[in-house]
Design a protein around this ligand. Structure first.
Ligand code: ADP
Ligand code: MG
Length: 370
């Protein structure tokens, strides 16, 4: 079906004047649609939900309905008080003409339309400490917004996601295969990474065990809080919205905290081949933590705070473990353009983990002061 015919099934006022691919997402297909009438224009985002990643798109849309409803009620109540230094935003679902939240095309693909956050951009890498601080504030505020949601209104969008013990078990199964044995036998570097993992089995389980002991409690978390999903206001430079809500679900907020820092504090990115350049940037970390605590500090418990450092160390380890497992398993999960790419991605994440470990004392100091 032509996209312009498809989008016509949604309830948007005005005449469609432009419909173009948009943004740098790598999961869903995203388009910007511009509608005009005699006195203004409306810009909306059209997205096709990726069913390879989210096999139950109806669940994703039902979740999005609950999340945006809850957060918009809270946003409006807070805006009426007028005590914030900015207008916090969140996209809204624009319904189809038949009043449903999405449209299914003739191939069973699920399409949705949401409002565009205007005069704002998401960057692909951290721009400096001020930007990092705004990223922290935006994630912290998002955690505040979803902190009192009823988790039972949300269905699991991605079973097994971020369960480190599950990834470790998967890795152990892969180690038993002939393919993995061969790769490990042939490469000193692969052997070194396997040893790196063996030395950190405790780390892999630290958050899960804290949860089992009842020290940490699952709240709602974002699931994909990378810089590219944090919208920054073009006019003020302040964070204004978290987007990409597909993975929002019950989980430890530590996973978001660690994952955001993992991506923000590694300015050279995940594909760097020169390990000497992979350094955990403490200035960006400090700035992010300041912004985060300003917005989320009020509802974090002492136990929540006690595990923040562990989460910063754990998330690069977890991702490195997943890259390495995929390398040993023949690169079936993460897309690659050359056979050693997942090995190298694992090296980068493990180096980042080591770099966090080397800075443990000063990172803990910063967290204590906030
Ligand atoms: N509501 C929105 N307002 C403005 N830009 C958006 C909005 N939703 C998505 N985008 C842009 O499209 C990109 C991809 O969308 P996203 O929901 O993050 O999909 P993906 O899961 O593919 O990353 C974002 O990085 C952002 O640049
Ligand atoms: Mg995204």
């Amino acid at each position: 079906m032509e996209l312009s015919i498809l989008i016509n099934r949604f309830n948007i006022k005005g005449r469609l004047v432009s419909l173009q691919p948009f943004g740098n997402g790598n999961i869903n297909d995203t388009f910007l649609a511009i509608y005009r009438n005699t006195f203004t224009e409306t810009q909306v985002i059209l997205q096709r939900v990726n069913q390879k990643v989210f096999p139950r798109p109806e669940v994703i849309m039902a979740n999005m309905h609950e999340i945006t409803k809850h957060c918009h009620e809270k946003l409006e109540a807070d805006a009426a008080k007028g005590s914030d230094d900015r207008v916090w935003q969140m996209p809204r679902i624009i319904k189809a003409k038949d009043s449903t939240d999405y449209v299914k095309d003739e191939n069973g693909e699920v399409w949705r339309v949401i409002t565009r956050i205007m005069s704002a951009h998401a960057f692909d890498i951290a721009q400096g400490p001020e930007h990092a601080m705004e990223c922290g504030a935006t994630l912290g505020h998002f955690h505040y917004l979803i902190s009192d949601m009823d988790p039972s209104t949300i269905q699991d969008p991605l079973p097994g996601f971020h369960i480190t013990s599950g990834y470790l078990a998967n890795y152990d199964r892969t180690l038993e295969t002939d393919g993995a044995r061969e790769l490990l036998g042939a490469s000193m570097e692969a052997k070194r990474l396997a040893k790196f993992i063996e030395e950190r089995r405790d780390l892999a389980l630290c958050l899960e065990q804290a949860e089992k002991r009842g020290e940490l409690v699952k709240r709602m978390f974002h699931g994909d809080p990378k810089v590219n999903n944090i919208m920054i206001d073009d006019v003020t430079g302040k964070g204004t919205a978290m987007i990409d809500l597909d993975t929002v679900s019950p989980g430890l907020i530590h996973l978001d905290f660690g994952d955001a820092l993992r991506s923000i504090c590694n300015p050279v990115g995940e594909e760097e081949t020169n390990l000497a350049k992979v350094v955990f940037d403490e200035d960006l970390c400090t700035a992010f933590c300041k912004g985060y605590m300003r917005e989320a500090g009020a509802f974090l418990t002492d136990a929540d705070r006690a595990y923040l450092y562990d989460s910063i160390r754990l998330l690069p380890f977890e991702l490195g473990l997943r890259f390495f497992q995929d390398y040993l398993n023949g690169n079936v999960y993460f897309k690659t353009t050359q056979p050693e790419q997942n090995l190298n991605r694992a090296r980068v994440q493990f180096r980042l983990c080591e770099s966090v470990e080397a800075r443990e004392r000063s990172i803990r100091e910063v967290l204590k002061r906030l």
